[in-house]
Design a protein around this ligand. Sequence first.
Ligand SMILES: [Zn+2]
Length: 524
Amino acid sequence: MLSQEVFDYLKEVGCCTICCLRFLKVRGDEYMNVAKTLQRLGLKDTCSDAENGEESGPTSKKTKPNVCVACLGFFSDEFLAKLTEALTTHPHLIQYECDEFVLAISFPILLNVRQLSLWLALIDKFGQMHGFVSNKQPDVPLKEVSKMVISPKVSQALGKKYGQNGMMISISINHADETAELQKLTEVDQILFKTNCTNNKSKKDKKGTVNGMTRGYFEKNFLPSNIDVDIYKQNIPVPPAIPDSSMIVENIAVSGPTIFVAGRYQKFCRVLPHTPWILNGKRVMADSVQELIVQSVAPYFEVPESKVIFSSSGREDVDVRCLGKGRPFVLEIPDSKRIILPQSVAENMEIEIDQTEKIRVINLQIVPREELVHIKFGEEKKTKTYRALCILNEPATVEVLQKLNIPEGFEIKQWTPIRVLHRRPLLQRPRRVHSVKARVDPNDHKILILDIVTQAGTYIKELVHGDFNRTDPCFAKLIGQDIDIAALDVLAVDLDWPKDVNNRISGQCETVRDKNEIDDLNKS
Ligand SMILES: [Zn+2]
């Protein structure tokens, strides 16, 4: 039987059972139970089975198997034990309270050389008969098989599940012979290639690695069809020689997953910028909405505040409050040490933020990455509701009030306001004002309170006074007299996200200050 012949040959030259199966193109979960797979394929391991910890009979003597010529011992029990020990004792890994992980393993290029040598040997020995040809990879890639063999073992050792949203464990694996063997390869690099192939060699792939040999360069050029096989064989053993030592775990780097914490904030302060306000390298104001939130959230996830990215559904000016249900925001937290946010912790964060008395946060929660579309896209379709305190030169007439009660709304054209030109491109944007409701302050008839519903992205201050005709029409134009804006509040951001969660479980909810009162607007 042909498979048995190939299997026997691979065993004879020093492959481990898993690598034999790789070169027999066995795929997927067949590697979960190697003994069963051998049985299913009708393969008999006539050499020692000691490497799998099985003994073929009570009389057989367990001999120490050689280090596999193909995987350099990567799939051996000894190496797996070394790897799991390195992982379980890793000083950083234990910092992560994260029940899922993803593995990224980087292998030495030496494995590619080994594969090529075996490839050439198999072509020599079996050729077309068993599908070993010079233009088709001879094996199932080590990376693919390692997922089936290594990941379950790591999972067991760490007590964590394999999952795409988990922490990333990057393992660099190396071998003592890597440098020397690649050096040998580099030496023959110039004479190895058939003349018609030399032009195809991409020199730019070669920079900055061991002896100028990169995996990309190797995989692209070192193919049986490209090289002069005789010269290769004179310099590199075919089949590959049995190595003296096994792979070593060179480095393990761990990074946490990126998690997203969303919520809504209300802003009560008229001297608080959205993000740190720094002018010519100097801070203009001590705090910002961003910093007040991040400083209470980042420590729990053990991430430096500077690494956290804050974004929100729009923003308000430094002197504008944001009331009502507040404005949705999300924090992107990279390399997080934790992936869950218990409600009691969220509550403490919210209470701590309350104590700043400048902002208030509700509905703090972890959200999946997919939900960020709510905050990042469709901004122009959203509507915002504002309350503006405006001042006239003369007491408001009935006519003025009538002109500023516009339930049907209207269209405007708005050039980028002069005050933001330094940070926004000069553009004229069409915007929809959905409705305007006006009433007069009973204590001072020069003061108007306007409730304005607009398309997101409308500049409200300019909608009131016109910004030197750069916003057209504006309220001043509609009423035919000067009108200025004294204070502005955001009353509603029409994004119903993230979902409501009541974190104030311990009842430490302060009484909600009704910040929407006109009096209050007037005073502040
Ligand atoms: Zn192997």
